[in-house]
Ligand binder design. Structure first.
Ligand code: CA
Length: 226
């Protein structure tokens, strides 16, 4: 999978230079030249890593960092800045940045840091299931949609995890009952409908598109509405 990097930098020449180098390394790159554009792009394109200039027209890099973290976004962020005293570093890391690179930096150092952080992403991602804008972390049991955190009960989580483990695959009501509730489940099999309804309410709380589709007479499937 190609890693997607967002570069938020208002110095056009520097932005272009970084973009070319990253593309040469095989990354998919998006560039934003001001704070608002950067924040919008970070939210919409959900990059794997952001190279974020500190001083930007409009919203500062620090502010972007804080806003992304406040909504639970865990994207890797490397701050780029000409400021290099200790208190500034602390401010940057306190705002939620993962790393800090002082200008002027060598492109080799930048690329090395990018590789290191993307590697960490990969190590963490084995715990992650993702389908469209829906993410589920098996270890922390956190679920989010477009970075909006979603609180699930234990059973809702198990049901969603089962669906996300088998994207686009129709799962019968019997399969779901066995896998999520267990072979010996003796209760009302309408329990599946009830839990699917709970899940949909939570996953679609902000009028998002339906991801859990009903296959009439059979069961359910995780797929985007056609
Ligand atoms: Ca700048």
């Amino acid at each position: 999978m190609t890693n997607h990097i967002l570069v938020v930098e208002d110095e056009a020449k520097l932005a272009q230079f970084i973009e070319l180098e990253l593309k040469y390394e095989g990354y998919e790159v998006t560039v934003a030249n001001d704070g608002l554009g950067g924040l919008t792009s970070a939210r919409e394109s959900q990059p794997d890593l952001i190279l974020l200039d500190w001083m930007l027209p409009g919203i500062s890099g620090i502010e972007i960092c804080k806003r992304l973290r406040s909504t639970g976004d865990k994207v890797k962020i490397i701050l780029l800045t000409a400021k290099d005293d200790v208190s500034d570093r602390v401010t940057g890391l306190d705002a939620g940045a993962d790393d800090y690179l002082v200008k002027p930096f060598s492109i080799e150092e930048l690329l090395a840091r990018v590789r290191a952080h993307l590697r960490r992403n990969q190590e963490q991602s084995s715990d992650m299931l993702q389908f469209a804008d829906l993410k589920l972390n098996r270890t922390t049991r956190e679920v989010s949609r477009s970075n909006r955190p979603i609180e699930l009960t234990a059973k809702e989580f198990d049901l969603l995890e089962y669906l996300m483990n088998h994207p686009k695959q129709v799962l019968t009501r019997d399969q779901i009952l066995e896998r999520v509730w267990g072979y010996d489940f003796m209760g009302d099999s309408n329990i599946i409908e009830v839990y699917i309804r709970y899940l949909r309410l939570k996953l679609e709380a902000e009028q998002e598109k339906r991801l859990i589709q009903t296959v009439r007479g059979v069961g359910y499937v995780l797929r985007e509405a056609s």
